[in-house]
Design a protein around this ligand. Sequence first.
Ligand code: ATP
Length: 269
Amino acid sequence: SRAKKYGKENRVQTKFTDVAGHEEAKKELIEVVDFLKNPGKYHQIGAEIPKGVLLVGPPGTGKTLLARAIAGEADVPFFSVSASEFMEMFVGVGASRVRTLFEDARKSAPAIMFIDEIDSIGRKRGAGIGGGHDEREQTLNQILSEMDGFDKASNVIVLGATNRPDVLDPALLRPGRFDRQVTIDLPNLKEREAILKVHLRNKPLDASVNVEEIAKSTPYFSGADLKNITNEAALEAARVGKTQIDMSDFYRALDKITLGLENGSLTVS
Ligand code: ATP
């Protein structure tokens, strides 16, 4: 179907309670939820609804999760695309895909359009050999022109995610485009504990499990890493036929994941 081919449109169930920590970000983003729920309230008083919000932070910190939670809280459709997909397309295909995606979102407005890894096409223009005519630039230009073309009543809010705001083309950040930025940082100790608790909600735990202790052992871990630990611990327990996860399963999971992270960083350095 068209929805399948041109990005996923769906109703999402994700809520802010599924996102642990990021309290400051949620405070700012609740405003976006209200725009989407009651656009008329803003239009009638002459206020312009923001068109683009940039979610900035390291990988795995919950940017996609937050974007989905905004759609879930506002109960509006969620369209998403990863900008890196455009890099593999033939010239012209990216731009026409962007056009169709925005057309679909406008038809279902109010709606959220989520563009993941926006830096992959949103890098400063004119630096490459393409001389301003390559696929990447055409796709970027199409996104900019779609956002400029939104009229007051289009009620589509574009959320972009990136971990490289420094490389973005300033044209993307101009007023009326991605003119708001929300920082999504790595979790601190308390937030790591809260994230672990979200992912342990439906897992049977032995009395030996001390979530604060696990949080203390996981500095610099992202939300995605922490989710991974809870799942690895559950796998460890199930593998030997336990019906509850105990603290030794978490230590084994930690060893396994820490080793994986070290190997990972060795490969890139
Ligand atoms: P990337 O930049 O790599 O796309 P991201 O910031 O979009 O990463 P997500 O894909 O949202 O990160 O996070 C991956 C998974 O990690 C989420 O689906 C969720 O299960 C878990 N997670 C991350 N952050 C949190 C959080 N703050 N609270 C609860 N779960 C989290």
